[in-house]
Design a protein around this ligand. Sequence first.
Ligand code: ATP
Length: 275
Amino acid sequence: STFGGKSYIPAVPISFADIGGQETAIRELKEALEFLLRSKQVRAMGIRPLKGILLSGPPGTGKTLMARAAATYTDAVFLAASGSEFIEMYAGVGAQRVRELFNRARELARRQQKKRAIIFIDELEVLGGKRGSHTSHLEYDQTLNQLLVEMDGLKEDQDVQILVIGATNRADLLDPALLRPGRFDRQVRVDLPDREGRLAILKLHTANKPLGPKTDLEAIARETFGFSGAHLESVANEAAILALREKAPVIEQRHLLEAVDKVMLGEKLGRKPTP
Ligand code: ATP
């Protein structure tokens, strides 16, 4: 393929069990995916096929994880791209990349003998912002138009069924054409985790780490209001680094608390937490 962007195929499969909290979002997503899994019945009922799902919510809440889990759940190949990689100086390049992305997904599914492909487009608002709203509008508009053309061309009876999952934290910026029936007509909110969600995420990200017998993850979950899953992953990681630095054999509560402060401070200074 001549794809010039940075789209990627992750090596490790992710399942819904790898996602902490987000029960509502996962349930809604699974419900939508049933349409893909039961495409024969859906077609027999004359129901319009599902072509696009939009995941919207703040950064680091697990939208990418959910899209990957959706691919595992539906036994589909998974291809990820980011809206920003379609924006190029030269007219037509972005549109060409969209075309190539869809072709690449089809090829990949055929090669792996899968019936389905999921194309994940992160930062959808960059590619799919309201038309005519950019200074150099022509290139953006062509790229968005190409995405609409590709999605409109998706048919149930093709040998490879393609589902597009878009993610954005600015759904308000999307061109309304993207949200019309037959495009991203399913929307799933992925919000910041509540206390129980935070606990579940902390458990997942400390499962492979030695925790001292006196650690209290529930207390950490209470202390971390407003943290995303990505922040909590950082807390677990930073705590392990602090313990290692002290040559402590296990992670203690104070390491976790210090890590919370560190991640919070990093946020205030406008830095992203260390990956
Ligand atoms: P962005 O909008 O910035 O792309 P996103 O919503 O797609 O963010 P992810 O890329 O899925 O977020 O999450 C980033 C990392 O944060 C994950 O790889 C994982 O380590 C952690 N994470 C986020 N949410 C969760 C969650 N619900 N459960 C477990 N881990 C999570």
